[in-house]
Ligand binder design. Structure first.
Ligand SMILES: *Cc1c(COP(=O)(O)O)cnc(C)c1O
Length: 440
């Protein structure tokens, strides 16, 4: 082994690793959601701490969306690092079929403790899409095991559930789906409810159920993340879920984005009286450290898979299912979520958002605003293409001001890490005001 002094190591790494990162990136890397022919080069980030990202020029950016809703307790959170280190020295990986381990057992206990009361069983996978894939497969096989062939899933228009085939089929955002639609499972759609259309939505839902063999309804509870943080009322969603329950249509709450405190409660489903049969979660589950996902379900669903025949078991596995290191991250994350400090932070951010909202919601460039928990969104009163040039200009305005936000169409939204300081939050608010006053 070559021994380098600290100084030599730093100079070596700056020479090789940080030199021309953008050039080296372009040589072999294919980025997600990127049209490489027209997209600007990706920005190298070399370090992150708390709510801050550092680029290779030493410039900092406030992570206004917690790196896609993951790093809610702050980047490189020291408490989580400590827990990961301890776990890494003890047990790294073990096959989760036929073996078990304490981190997974403890995590199942902790999750059941914070999930809605009817949830009893925890199934592991790797990401939000597979968590939904598992939920959909559970629902389909639940009926298969009972000797009923139910082959239709209901979902909201403009929902997003991920990029694997089942999850993609359920997603209504067609820009992602075009080339694959011929291969989809059968999904019928209903609009998201409003005070104006709720009666019509319920009618459509009942019609679909009457005329199809419906296994499940999958939905993002209260907030559709990818659909520009579109929000709807708990009461309306509850009416939809009641019809599903009455007609034995299983309900799958996709809490991949909303889970772990973002709506002001641990799970958005807590706002809704009718509890889902299945809940999928990921993103903040592992606090931005490593990928992992969970699909939870009721005892009733689990019991439908118990049989003397192996064929009725749930044959779905990922090699890294319940990886002990990922479990230790999730355990530390939940511990932080339940701490007074983080709960106070969530309340503080909610109040700050509300105060900011009263200041700007009547601005002539603002069409509408909405908020739940730490999620705040505003629609600009301008005409623009969802993926067009204007969006890029708005993005650049924030980047120049040291803020990483990803506007969606004419919507600007903030979903900050819970550890963001008031000063950092105000920097974001101010940049939004400048945008409204002078840029657009
Ligand atoms: C991000 C997201 C997914 C997909 O999760 P991945 O980990 O990106 O596969 C699914 N549903 C919702 C609501 C999401 O926000």
């Amino acid at each position: 082994m070559i021994e380098l002094s600290k100084e030599e190591f730093i100079s070596k790494t700056t020479e090789t690793d940080t030199m021309n990162l953008q050039e080296r990136d372009k040589k072999h890397l294919w980025h997600p959601l990127t049209q490489h022919k027209i997209h600007p080069d990706a920005l190298p980030i070399v370090k992150a701490t708390g709510a801050l990202l550092y680029d290779d020029q030493g410039k900092t950016y406030i992570d206004g969306i917690a790196s896609w809703y993951t790093a809610m307790y702050g980047h490189c959170n020291p408490y989580i690092i400590q827990k990961v280190k301890e776990q890494m020295c003890v047990l790294d990986q073990i096959v989760f079929a036929g073996f078990t381990h304490e981190p997974a057992i403890r995590l199942s206990e902790e999750l059941i403790h914070i999930l809605p009361d009817n949830q009893q069983k925890i199934f592991f996978s790797d990401n939000g899409s597979t968590a939904n894939e598992v939920g959909i497969k559970m629902a389909l096989q639940y009926y298969f095991n009972r000797g009923e062939k139910r082959n239709v899933i209901i979902a909201f228009e403009d929902g997003f559930h991920g990029d694997t085939f089942g999850a993609m089929s359920a997603s209504g955002l067609s820009v992602y789906n075009g080339p694959f639609e011929d291969f989809f499972i059968d999904v019928k759609r209903i609009p998201t409810p409003t005070s104006q259309n709720i009666a019509e939505v319920l009618k459509q839902l009942q019609n679909i159920i009457n005329n199809n063999q419906v296994a499940a309804f999958i939905y993002e509870p209260l907030v559709q993340g990818a659909n520009a943080m579109h929000m709807f009322k708990a009461d309306h969603l509850n009416k939809i879920l009641e019809i599903c329950k009455k007609n034995e249509v299983l309900t799958i709450a996709d809490e991949v984005m909303t889970g772990f405190g973002k709506t002001g409660k641990n799970f958005a489903s807590e706002y809704i009286d009718t509890k889902p049969d299945i809940i999928s979660m990921s993103k903040a589950l592992t606090a931005g450290f490593v990928p992992m996902a969970v699909t939870s379900c009721t005892q009733n669903i689990y019991d439908a898979f118990l049989d003397d025949s192996v064929g009725k078991a749930f044959f779905h596995a990922h090699t890294y299912s319940a990886n002990p290191i990922a479990c230790s991250v999730a355990l530390a994350g939940i511990e932080l979520l339940r701490s007074e400090e983080i709960q106070n932070n969530i309340q503080r951010i909610m109040v700050s958002h509300q105060e900011f909202d009263t200041k700007i919601r009547n601005h002539h460039k603002v069409q509408s605003t909405r908020q739940i928990g730490v999620i705040y969104a505003l629609d600009l009163n301008i005409n623009m293409d969802r993926y067009g040039k204007k969006r890029y200009e708005i993005f650049e305005h924030f980047m120049k001001n040291g803020i990483a936000l990803r506007p969606l169409g004419n919507t600007i939204y903030i979903l900050p890490p819970y550890v963001i300081t008031e000063k950092e939050l105000n920097t974001i608010y101010k940049a939004i005001v400048v945008l409204l006053d002078t840029i657009i």
